[in-house]
Design a protein around this ligand. Structure first.
Ligand code: ATP
Length: 306
């Protein structure tokens, strides 16, 4: 069942479309990623889905309801991650959770959320005294306190260190495992690759691709690179004629083989056959960054001010 259906959504500012004929649907239980550089129209799209903005064209349905007309009803079924500025500095962690729980018809037990999100020992702390990671976890807990069917999370791990990011990702997987559909707006390719079942890549108000991260990456039609340090001499001609090999270059002690398809297997087999031992063998895998560049013709530059 589609939890969210967006059909030919248009939103204009000053007559110019910033969201232009965007269509997609999100299935129940998915983690759906919305990825794109600054100004691509991600937030505007999500705000139309949340009922915060009125579309200029197209239609949006969330759990079968109209987000603008049925906003009141939907507010009980949808959780939205707040932006920092919306909580007073001196509110205590437990007060914030209690307050938000009071907005909902059938909230979750906020004490359980304190435990889940590693905030139990900070329950009496004031918001302003929390670390960046604790604030971020509190925002996610607040988005979940209404026991929503759908949660919108925006820039989930901004400002977190690598360990805290990983921990947050594991918790988001648990949120999904508990049956919540998650829409994740992100600048971070690694986060999207790790978490999202499918991702819509936004660019200049349009969706330029929508697929699983793996499919987006494997669709990149560009050379891959295999690098290694040979521990015995060999003639480059051994590799240049192999299937999929595009070029063989040397950089100091390193050999770099550019190729496509199954070329890496052919290269390593040929080296083994000729008894050329190698060290430091690695393939530079394509990433979502490469997929974005291939789709738009520009490098992805959205991470800078994320
Ligand atoms: N209220 C508004 N009035 C006029 N223009 C707006 C308004 N809100 C957004 N825009 C413009 O619409 C475009 C899309 O903005 P949006 O915030 O949706 O992009 P985004 O992909 O979420 O970017 P970011 O990652 O920076 O948040 C931008 O050019 C932005 O300047």
């Amino acid at each position: 069942m589609a939890v969210i259906e967006v059909d030919a959504l248009v939103k204009r500012y000053g007559g110019l479309p910033v969201v232009n004929e965007v269509s997609f649907s999100v299935a129940e239980g998915e983690i759906f990623g919305i990825l794109g550089p600054n100004g691509a129209g991600k937030t505007t799209t999500v705000e139309c889905i949340e009922g915060l903005r009125r579309p200029d064209g197209g239609s949006v349905r969330v759990l079968g309801l109209d987000p603008v007309k049925d906003r009141r009803e939907l507010s009980h079924q949808v959780g939205v991650q707040l932006q920092q500025s919306l909580l007073p500095e001196n509110i205590k962690v437990e007060e914030a959770l209690q307050l938000f729980a009071s907005f909902y018809r059938s909230p979750r037990d906020w004490r359980g959320l304190l435990e889940d999100w590693g905030l139990a020992d900070r329950r009496k702390a004031r918001f302003g005294a929390l670390s960046g990671g604790q604030k971020q976890r509190l925002f996610i807990a607040l988005a979940l306190v209404g026991d929503p069917k759908v949660a919108f999370l925006d820039e989930l791990t901004t400002g977190l260190d690598p360990a805290a990011r990983r921990a947050t990702w594991e918790l988001i997987k648990r949120v999904r495992a508990a049956g919540v559909t998650v829409v994740l707006v992100s600048h971070f390719m690694d986060e999207v690759e790790e978490l999202c079942d499918r991702v819509a890549v936004f660019d200049r108000g349009r969706i330029v691709a929508l697929d699983t991260p793996a499919n987006l990456i494997s669709a990149v039609d560009a050379d891959q690179h295999l690098r290694f340090k040979p521990l015995a001499p060999f003639d480059d001609a051994l590799l240049t004629g192999l299937p999929g090999v595009v070029s063989v270059t040397r950089q100091g002690e390193q050999v770099i083989v550019a190729g496509r398809g199954e070329f890496a297997v052919a290269v390593t087999s040929a080296l083994a056959r000729e008894r050329v031992p190698v060290a430091g063998l690695r393939v530079d895998q394509h990433t979502l960054d490469d997929a974005f560049a291939a789709l738009t013709g520009r490098p992805f530059d959205g991470g800078e001010d994320a």
